[in-house]
Ligand binder design. Structure first.
Ligand code: NAP
Length: 345
Protein backbone atom coordinates (compact mmCIF):
# COMPACT_ATOMS: atom_id res chain seq x y z
CA UNK A 1 0.00 0.00 0.00
CA UNK A 2 1.35 3.43 -0.96
CA UNK A 3 2.31 5.64 1.99
CA UNK A 4 1.54 9.36 1.77
CA UNK A 5 3.61 11.91 3.66
CA UNK A 6 1.39 14.12 5.79
CA UNK A 7 1.86 17.47 7.50
CA UNK A 8 -0.19 18.74 10.44
CA UNK A 9 -0.92 22.47 10.83
CA UNK A 10 -1.64 23.25 14.49
CA UNK A 11 0.19 20.06 15.47
CA UNK A 12 0.79 21.07 19.10
CA UNK A 13 -2.91 21.72 19.89
CA UNK A 14 -5.73 19.53 21.19
CA UNK A 15 -6.77 18.30 17.74
CA UNK A 16 -3.17 18.25 16.46
CA UNK A 17 -2.21 15.83 19.24
CA UNK A 18 -5.15 13.60 18.38
CA UNK A 19 -3.98 13.56 14.74
CA UNK A 20 -0.56 12.38 15.86
CA UNK A 21 -2.03 9.69 18.09
CA UNK A 22 -4.40 8.38 15.39
CA UNK A 23 -1.81 8.51 12.60
CA UNK A 24 0.75 6.44 14.55
CA UNK A 25 1.03 3.14 12.66
CA UNK A 26 -1.51 4.17 10.00
CA UNK A 27 -1.06 2.00 6.88
CA UNK A 28 -1.47 4.88 4.38
CA UNK A 29 0.00 7.90 6.16
CA UNK A 30 3.36 8.84 7.65
CA UNK A 31 3.72 12.10 9.58
CA UNK A 32 6.67 13.99 8.10
CA UNK A 33 5.95 17.66 8.87
CA UNK A 34 4.54 19.53 11.87
CA UNK A 35 3.70 23.22 12.03
CA UNK A 36 2.38 25.57 14.70
CA UNK A 37 2.72 29.14 15.95
CA UNK A 38 5.89 31.19 16.39
CA UNK A 39 5.88 30.07 20.02
CA UNK A 40 6.59 26.49 18.88
CA UNK A 41 8.40 26.89 15.54
CA UNK A 42 12.04 25.85 15.61
CA UNK A 43 11.64 23.50 18.61
CA UNK A 44 11.54 19.69 18.57
CA UNK A 45 7.88 18.58 18.79
CA UNK A 46 8.34 16.96 22.22
CA UNK A 47 9.60 20.26 23.62
CA UNK A 48 7.03 22.50 21.90
CA UNK A 49 3.99 20.39 22.77
CA UNK A 50 2.22 20.16 26.16
CA UNK A 51 1.04 16.58 25.45
CA UNK A 52 -2.34 15.89 27.10
CA UNK A 53 -3.37 12.49 25.72
CA UNK A 54 -2.92 9.11 27.36
CA UNK A 55 0.43 7.48 26.64
CA UNK A 56 3.69 9.04 25.53
CA UNK A 57 4.32 11.18 22.46
CA UNK A 58 5.04 8.70 19.63
CA UNK A 59 8.81 8.24 19.08
CA UNK A 60 8.34 8.87 15.36
CA UNK A 61 7.44 12.55 15.88
CA UNK A 62 9.29 13.54 19.08
CA UNK A 63 12.30 14.96 17.28
CA UNK A 64 10.57 16.51 14.26
CA UNK A 65 11.28 20.25 14.27
CA UNK A 66 8.08 22.29 14.35
CA UNK A 67 7.86 24.70 11.42
CA UNK A 68 5.94 27.90 10.74
CA UNK A 69 2.51 27.44 9.11
CA UNK A 70 3.57 28.27 5.57
CA UNK A 71 4.35 26.23 2.49
CA UNK A 72 6.45 24.44 1.47
CA UNK A 73 6.36 21.54 3.93
CA UNK A 74 7.81 18.11 3.24
CA UNK A 75 4.51 16.27 2.69
CA UNK A 76 1.91 15.20 0.09
CA UNK A 77 -1.14 16.58 1.96
CA UNK A 78 -1.88 18.60 5.09
CA UNK A 79 -4.34 18.16 7.91
CA UNK A 80 -5.24 21.53 9.41
CA UNK A 81 -6.25 22.09 13.02
CA UNK A 82 -5.58 25.82 13.14
CA UNK A 83 -7.76 28.41 14.88
CA UNK A 84 -10.12 30.00 12.37
CA UNK A 85 -8.33 33.34 12.87
CA UNK A 86 -5.34 32.05 10.90
CA UNK A 87 -6.83 29.09 9.02
CA UNK A 88 -8.42 30.99 6.14
CA UNK A 89 -5.27 32.59 4.82
CA UNK A 90 -3.01 29.64 5.62
CA UNK A 91 -5.21 26.90 4.15
CA UNK A 92 -5.63 28.87 0.94
CA UNK A 93 -1.84 29.33 0.72
CA UNK A 94 -1.30 25.56 1.02
CA UNK A 95 -4.05 24.72 -1.49
CA UNK A 96 -2.60 27.26 -3.92
CA UNK A 97 0.84 25.72 -3.43
CA UNK A 98 -0.60 22.36 -4.59
CA UNK A 99 -1.41 20.59 -1.30
CA UNK A 100 -4.72 18.85 -0.57
CA UNK A 101 -5.89 20.55 2.67
CA UNK A 102 -8.18 18.56 4.94
CA UNK A 103 -9.38 21.00 7.55
CA UNK A 104 -11.11 20.99 10.93
CA UNK A 105 -11.40 24.74 11.04
CA UNK A 106 -14.68 26.60 10.42
CA UNK A 107 -13.09 29.07 7.96
CA UNK A 108 -14.20 27.45 4.68
CA UNK A 109 -17.02 25.17 5.84
CA UNK A 110 -19.86 27.23 4.40
CA UNK A 111 -18.09 28.41 1.23
CA UNK A 112 -20.21 27.29 -1.75
CA UNK A 113 -17.33 25.54 -3.52
CA UNK A 114 -15.90 23.69 -0.50
CA UNK A 115 -17.12 20.21 0.49
CA UNK A 116 -18.32 19.98 4.12
CA UNK A 117 -17.85 16.28 4.43
CA UNK A 118 -19.02 13.41 6.61
CA UNK A 119 -17.57 10.56 4.56
CA UNK A 120 -20.50 8.19 5.11
CA UNK A 121 -23.13 10.81 4.27
CA UNK A 122 -22.16 13.09 1.40
CA UNK A 123 -19.15 11.71 -0.48
CA UNK A 124 -20.77 12.91 -3.73
CA UNK A 125 -20.02 16.50 -2.62
CA UNK A 126 -16.36 15.77 -3.45
CA UNK A 127 -17.32 16.65 -7.04
CA UNK A 128 -17.19 20.26 -5.81
CA UNK A 129 -13.40 20.02 -5.85
CA UNK A 130 -13.35 20.54 -9.63
CA UNK A 131 -15.59 23.61 -9.23
CA UNK A 132 -13.31 24.91 -6.47
CA UNK A 133 -10.16 24.44 -8.52
CA UNK A 134 -11.65 26.29 -11.47
CA UNK A 135 -13.06 29.12 -9.38
CA UNK A 136 -9.95 29.69 -7.26
CA UNK A 137 -7.33 28.80 -9.84
CA UNK A 138 -5.89 25.91 -7.77
CA UNK A 139 -4.02 23.40 -9.94
CA UNK A 140 -3.35 20.31 -7.77
CA UNK A 141 -4.43 21.58 -4.36
CA UNK A 142 -7.91 21.91 -2.82
CA UNK A 143 -9.68 22.33 0.53
CA UNK A 144 -12.09 19.83 2.10
CA UNK A 145 -13.59 20.53 5.55
CA UNK A 146 -15.06 18.60 8.48
CA UNK A 147 -18.21 19.81 10.22
CA UNK A 148 -18.34 21.44 13.63
CA UNK A 149 -17.73 18.84 16.36
CA UNK A 150 -21.28 19.14 17.80
CA UNK A 151 -22.85 18.90 14.34
CA UNK A 152 -21.04 15.57 13.82
CA UNK A 153 -22.93 14.19 16.83
CA UNK A 154 -26.45 14.75 15.51
CA UNK A 155 -26.07 15.05 11.69
CA UNK A 156 -25.72 11.25 11.16
CA UNK A 157 -29.00 10.24 12.90
CA UNK A 158 -30.65 13.27 11.29
CA UNK A 159 -29.32 12.13 7.90
CA UNK A 160 -30.74 8.65 8.43
CA UNK A 161 -34.15 10.17 9.22
CA UNK A 162 -33.98 12.81 6.47
CA UNK A 163 -33.18 10.33 3.70
CA UNK A 164 -36.17 8.13 4.50
CA UNK A 165 -38.83 10.50 5.84
CA UNK A 166 -37.63 14.09 5.31
CA UNK A 167 -36.79 16.41 8.19
CA UNK A 168 -39.09 19.41 8.55
CA UNK A 169 -37.40 21.07 11.55
CA UNK A 170 -35.26 20.20 14.56
CA UNK A 171 -34.37 21.62 17.94
CA UNK A 172 -30.86 20.76 19.13
CA UNK A 173 -29.45 21.34 22.60
CA UNK A 174 -25.74 20.55 22.82
CA UNK A 175 -23.76 19.60 25.94
CA UNK A 176 -20.16 20.07 24.84
CA UNK A 177 -16.98 18.82 26.47
CA UNK A 178 -14.19 21.12 27.64
CA UNK A 179 -11.66 19.68 25.15
CA UNK A 180 -13.83 21.21 22.44
CA UNK A 181 -12.45 24.60 23.43
CA UNK A 182 -8.83 23.55 22.82
CA UNK A 183 -6.06 23.96 25.41
CA UNK A 184 -6.11 25.56 27.96
CA UNK A 185 -9.71 26.32 26.96
CA UNK A 186 -12.29 27.15 29.61
CA UNK A 187 -10.91 28.13 33.01
CA UNK A 188 -11.46 25.51 35.73
CA UNK A 189 -13.00 28.30 37.87
CA UNK A 190 -15.67 28.67 35.18
CA UNK A 191 -16.49 25.02 34.48
CA UNK A 192 -16.07 22.98 37.70
CA UNK A 193 -19.47 22.60 39.39
CA UNK A 194 -21.04 24.50 36.52
CA UNK A 195 -22.77 24.59 33.12
CA UNK A 196 -22.03 27.53 30.81
CA UNK A 197 -24.91 28.37 28.43
CA UNK A 198 -22.68 30.05 25.85
CA UNK A 199 -20.00 28.92 23.39
CA UNK A 200 -18.82 31.78 21.21
CA UNK A 201 -19.93 31.40 17.59
CA UNK A 202 -21.31 27.88 18.09
CA UNK A 203 -25.08 28.22 17.69
CA UNK A 204 -25.00 29.60 14.11
CA UNK A 205 -22.77 26.65 13.09
CA UNK A 206 -25.13 24.12 14.65
CA UNK A 207 -28.09 25.83 12.99
CA UNK A 208 -26.65 25.82 9.44
CA UNK A 209 -24.06 23.10 8.77
CA UNK A 210 -26.36 20.05 8.68
CA UNK A 211 -28.42 21.59 5.84
CA UNK A 212 -25.28 21.86 3.70
CA UNK A 213 -24.14 18.32 4.56
CA UNK A 214 -27.58 16.93 3.68
CA UNK A 215 -27.88 19.06 0.55
CA UNK A 216 -27.93 17.61 -2.95
CA UNK A 217 -25.15 18.21 -5.46
CA UNK A 218 -26.30 19.08 -8.98
CA UNK A 219 -25.02 21.33 -11.80
CA UNK A 220 -21.84 22.19 -9.93
CA UNK A 221 -23.53 23.41 -6.73
CA UNK A 222 -25.08 22.21 -3.51
CA UNK A 223 -28.76 22.79 -2.97
CA UNK A 224 -29.06 22.89 0.82
CA UNK A 225 -31.66 20.73 2.56
CA UNK A 226 -34.70 22.85 3.36
CA UNK A 227 -35.25 22.14 7.08
CA UNK A 228 -34.65 24.58 9.93
CA UNK A 229 -32.61 23.94 13.08
CA UNK A 230 -32.85 25.87 16.33
CA UNK A 231 -29.85 25.40 18.64
CA UNK A 232 -28.68 26.17 22.15
CA UNK A 233 -25.10 25.23 23.01
CA UNK A 234 -23.79 24.51 26.51
CA UNK A 235 -20.28 23.85 27.80
CA UNK A 236 -20.43 21.10 30.45
CA UNK A 237 -18.00 19.59 32.92
CA UNK A 238 -16.99 16.63 30.70
CA UNK A 239 -13.48 16.11 29.31
CA UNK A 240 -14.29 14.53 25.90
CA UNK A 241 -17.56 13.77 24.09
CA UNK A 242 -20.32 16.09 22.88
CA UNK A 243 -23.90 15.08 23.70
CA UNK A 244 -26.91 16.45 21.80
CA UNK A 245 -30.56 16.38 22.80
CA UNK A 246 -32.61 16.51 19.59
CA UNK A 247 -36.31 16.94 18.82
CA UNK A 248 -37.40 16.54 15.25
CA UNK A 249 -40.49 17.04 13.06
CA UNK A 250 -40.74 14.84 9.97
CA UNK A 251 -42.18 15.53 6.52
CA UNK A 252 -43.59 12.01 6.22
CA UNK A 253 -44.99 9.82 8.95
CA UNK A 254 -42.76 7.12 10.39
CA UNK A 255 -43.10 4.62 13.21
CA UNK A 256 -40.57 4.48 16.02
CA UNK A 257 -39.34 1.17 14.59
CA UNK A 258 -38.88 2.79 11.13
CA UNK A 259 -36.78 5.53 12.68
CA UNK A 260 -34.55 3.19 14.66
CA UNK A 261 -34.09 0.89 11.66
CA UNK A 262 -33.11 3.83 9.43
CA UNK A 263 -30.38 4.78 11.92
CA UNK A 264 -29.12 1.26 12.53
CA UNK A 265 -28.96 0.47 8.82
CA UNK A 266 -27.00 3.57 7.80
CA UNK A 267 -23.90 1.94 6.30
CA UNK A 268 -20.31 2.42 7.39
CA UNK A 269 -17.69 2.62 4.62
CA UNK A 270 -15.11 -0.10 5.19
CA UNK A 271 -12.13 2.29 5.01
CA UNK A 272 -9.25 1.91 7.47
CA UNK A 273 -10.69 4.41 10.01
CA UNK A 274 -14.33 3.44 9.49
CA UNK A 275 -16.04 1.99 12.55
CA UNK A 276 -17.82 -1.33 12.15
CA UNK A 277 -21.07 0.45 13.09
CA UNK A 278 -21.58 4.05 12.00
CA UNK A 279 -24.68 4.72 14.17
CA UNK A 280 -25.21 2.53 17.22
CA UNK A 281 -28.70 2.77 18.70
CA UNK A 282 -28.78 1.87 22.39
CA UNK A 283 -31.83 0.52 24.24
CA UNK A 284 -30.68 1.24 27.80
CA UNK A 285 -32.70 4.11 29.30
CA UNK A 286 -29.61 5.93 30.59
CA UNK A 287 -27.37 5.86 27.48
CA UNK A 288 -25.48 7.26 25.68
CA UNK A 289 -23.16 8.85 28.24
CA UNK A 290 -19.90 10.60 27.34
CA UNK A 291 -17.62 8.78 29.78
CA UNK A 292 -19.02 5.37 28.88
CA UNK A 293 -19.76 5.68 25.16
CA UNK A 294 -17.41 8.24 23.57
CA UNK A 295 -14.86 5.56 22.64
CA UNK A 296 -17.39 3.35 20.80
CA UNK A 297 -15.85 2.22 17.50
CA UNK A 298 -12.50 3.69 18.64
CA UNK A 299 -14.23 7.07 18.91
CA UNK A 300 -15.68 6.91 15.37
CA UNK A 301 -19.16 5.51 16.13
CA UNK A 302 -22.07 7.87 16.80
CA UNK A 303 -24.10 6.52 19.71
CA UNK A 304 -27.82 7.30 19.89
CA UNK A 305 -30.36 6.55 22.59
CA UNK A 306 -33.66 7.58 24.13
CA UNK A 307 -35.38 7.51 20.73
CA UNK A 308 -39.05 8.15 21.54
CA UNK A 309 -42.15 9.88 20.21
CA UNK A 310 -42.21 13.44 21.57
CA UNK A 311 -45.15 15.29 23.08
CA UNK A 312 -44.58 18.49 21.03
CA UNK A 313 -42.41 17.37 18.08
CA UNK A 314 -42.69 14.03 16.23
CA UNK A 315 -39.67 12.32 17.81
CA UNK A 316 -36.79 12.96 20.18
CA UNK A 317 -33.41 11.32 20.70
CA UNK A 318 -30.00 11.83 22.31
CA UNK A 319 -26.80 11.50 20.29
CA UNK A 320 -23.14 11.48 21.28
CA UNK A 321 -19.75 11.46 19.60
CA UNK A 322 -16.10 11.92 20.56
CA UNK A 323 -15.34 15.53 19.69
CA UNK A 324 -11.60 15.23 19.00
CA UNK A 325 -11.88 11.86 17.19
CA UNK A 326 -15.14 11.67 15.16
CA UNK A 327 -15.61 15.42 15.65
CA UNK A 328 -12.15 16.37 14.39
CA UNK A 329 -8.97 14.36 13.68
CA UNK A 330 -10.61 10.95 13.13
CA UNK A 331 -13.10 12.33 10.60
CA UNK A 332 -10.37 14.27 8.78
CA UNK A 333 -8.28 11.10 8.47
CA UNK A 334 -11.32 9.16 7.25
CA UNK A 335 -11.96 11.93 4.69
CA UNK A 336 -8.36 11.63 3.48
CA UNK A 337 -8.79 7.85 3.15
CA UNK A 338 -11.94 8.48 1.09
CA UNK A 339 -10.07 10.97 -1.13
CA UNK A 340 -7.43 8.33 -1.80
CA UNK A 341 -10.07 5.67 -2.39
CA UNK A 342 -11.75 7.98 -4.96
CA UNK A 343 -8.31 8.71 -6.54
CA UNK A 344 -8.68 12.44 -5.84
CA UNK A 345 -5.40 12.28 -3.90
P1 NAP B 1 -5.79 24.47 20.36
O1 NAP B 1 -5.67 23.38 21.35
O2 NAP B 1 -5.87 25.88 20.88
O3 NAP B 1 -4.57 24.37 19.31
C1 NAP B 1 -4.34 25.38 18.36
C2 NAP B 1 -3.15 25.01 17.49
O4 NAP B 1 -2.98 26.05 16.52
C3 NAP B 1 -1.83 24.90 18.23
O5 NAP B 1 -0.99 24.00 17.56
C4 NAP B 1 -1.26 26.32 18.10
O6 NAP B 1 0.16 26.36 18.14
C5 NAP B 1 -1.70 26.69 16.71
N1 NAP B 1 -1.85 28.15 16.58
C6 NAP B 1 -2.58 28.98 17.37
N2 NAP B 1 -2.47 30.25 16.93
C7 NAP B 1 -1.64 30.22 15.87
C8 NAP B 1 -1.11 31.22 15.01
N3 NAP B 1 -1.43 32.51 15.14
N4 NAP B 1 -0.28 30.83 14.02
C9 NAP B 1 0.04 29.52 13.86
N5 NAP B 1 -0.42 28.53 14.65
C10 NAP B 1 -1.25 28.88 15.65
O7 NAP B 1 -7.10 24.31 19.47
P2 NAP B 1 -7.84 22.95 18.98
O8 NAP B 1 -8.91 22.59 19.95
O9 NAP B 1 -6.82 21.93 18.62
O10 NAP B 1 -8.62 23.46 17.69
C11 NAP B 1 -7.97 23.67 16.46
C12 NAP B 1 -9.01 23.92 15.36
O11 NAP B 1 -9.85 22.77 15.24
C13 NAP B 1 -9.94 25.10 15.65
O12 NAP B 1 -10.27 25.74 14.44
C14 NAP B 1 -11.17 24.42 16.25
O13 NAP B 1 -12.33 25.18 16.08
C15 NAP B 1 -11.20 23.15 15.43
N6 NAP B 1 -11.88 22.02 16.07
C16 NAP B 1 -11.61 21.68 17.36
C17 NAP B 1 -12.27 20.60 17.94
C18 NAP B 1 -12.04 20.19 19.37
O14 NAP B 1 -12.76 19.30 19.84
N7 NAP B 1 -11.07 20.76 20.08
C19 NAP B 1 -13.16 19.85 17.19
C20 NAP B 1 -13.41 20.22 15.85
C21 NAP B 1 -12.76 21.30 15.31
P3 NAP B 1 0.99 26.71 19.47
O15 NAP B 1 0.91 25.52 20.38
O16 NAP B 1 2.35 26.95 18.94
O17 NAP B 1 0.35 27.95 20.08
Amino acid sequence: MKKYKVGILGATGTVGQRFIQLLEGHPQFEVTALAASDRSAGKPYAEACAWKLNGAIPESVRDITVQPIEPPLDCDLVFSSLPSSVARETEEAFARAGYPVISNSSSYRMDEDVPLLIAEINAEHLDLIDVQRQKRGFSKGFIVTNPNCAVVSFAPPLAAIHRKFGVESAIVTTMQAVSGAGYPGVSSMDIVDNVVPYIAGEEPKVETEAQKILGTFADGAIQKADFSVSAQCFRVNVLDGHTCSVRVNLKEQATLEDLVTAMKEFPSLGLHSSPKTFIEVMDEPNRPQPRVDRDAGDGMTITVGRVFPDTVFDYRFVSLSHNTVRGAAGSAILNAELLIDRRII
